[in-house]
Design a protein around this ligand. Structure first.
Ligand code: AMP
Length: 299
């Protein structure tokens, strides 16, 4: 394996000193248990950067459920091999004490309210934990560009905000969702699914695509559409829907009016689903209205 394993920040400083200056550094933060979705981020980073650093760190401050943290899969040796296979230059695998020298608590950052809507309302404190760790990782790695997956759509918005608070660096690139052939969005948590749960998981994306197709055909009101989506997801009897939300895709303003037609908003509309398969929480998201409404102007 050629990949450099960085156990501490000083390993990275040493590695950087041996490199020529001015290289464009791409960064892919992860929590490990890697799959093709993560590797696609590295591949996209390689296309525009001179070298790519990934991090593997299961961040304690973004888990609002301690059991979820305890059950989070770890697979370091396979992860390093996988990163190596896609040409990742280095993997930063820090200890908790290096990331949180004053103890593992999240800061309170001004995320402009992005942290308290949608997924943030369901997982209080989650996005402050994400913002805290990513800000710290940006400090330590000092990348030029950082790559994130649209699977965690709201997270991308939060990170864009973090980058803005840092004066616009690193540049943030949002990459497409990578899915299993039958449609389930890839996730490290999918390792904990039985084969029946994995099969049933496909219904989440079916429901999202159904919503998109319905809205292309007729102006369905959100309340009715959500009921149909819920029915599609729950039909197999394996998944339990936690939430189905629609929001304006750029500002992330939740759409709360159950009757107002979704094609009448000034922004595209993004749908968000969270559902449980046993105790495994699955999330997915999809653009269901691709363009915001532009009112006719009177001549
Ligand atoms: P995680 O290890 O789950 O924290 O994810 C690390 C990064 O990989 C985040 O930017 C995620 O959005 C991204 N990611 C996770 N799953 C996928 C996927 N199925 N497709 C694309 N990106 C993903």
């Amino acid at each position: 394996m050629d990949i450099l394993r960085l156990s501490s920040h000083s390993d990275w400083i040493t590695a950087r000193e041996s490199l020529s200056s001015g290289l464009r550094i791409g960064f892919v933060p992860t929590m490990g248990a890697l799959h093709a979705g993560h590797l696609a981020l590295v591949e996209q980073a390689r296309q525009t950067c001179d070298l790519v650093v990934a991090s593997i760190f299961v961040n304690p401050t973004q888990f609002n459920n301690p059991e979820d943290f305890a059950a989070y899969p770890l697979d370091l040796e396979n992860d390093l091999r996988a990163l190596d296979s896609v040409g990742c230059y280095a993997a930063y695998c820090p200890q908790v004490a290096e990331i949180y020298p004053d103890g593992a608590t999240a800061r309170t950052m001004d995320l402009g309210g992005l942290d308290s809507v949608l997924e943030g309302a369901l997982r209080p404190g989650h996005f402050q934990g994400v913002a805290t760790v990513v800000d710290r990782l940006f400090d330590l790695i000092q990348p030029d560009v950082a790559f994130f997956g649209q699977k965690d759509y709201q997270q991308v918005k939060v990170i864009e905000r973090v980058a803005a608070l840092r004066g616009g660096l690193p540049h943030i690139v949002a990459c497409p969702i990578v899915r299993e052939p039958h449609g389930l969005a890839m996730s490290s948590r999918n390792r904990r699914l039985s084969s029946a749960q994995r099969e049933a998981g496909a219904a989440i994306f079916q429901a999202l695509r159904f919503a998109e197709a319905e809205l292309q055909a007729f102006p369905v009101p959100p309340r009715a559409l959500k009921l149909e989506m819920r029915r599609i997801i729950q039909e197999s009897g394996v998944l339990q829907v936690e939430s189905i939300d629609f929001a304006l895709a750029h500002s992330l303003t939740p759409i709360t009016d159950g009757e107002a037609y979704l094609d009448r908003y000034p922004e595209p509309v993004q749908a968000f689903v969270s559902a449980y398969a046993g105790d495994v929480r699955l999330i997915d998201t999809h653009r269901i209205v691709s363009e915001g409404y532009v009112p006719d102007t009177e001549v």
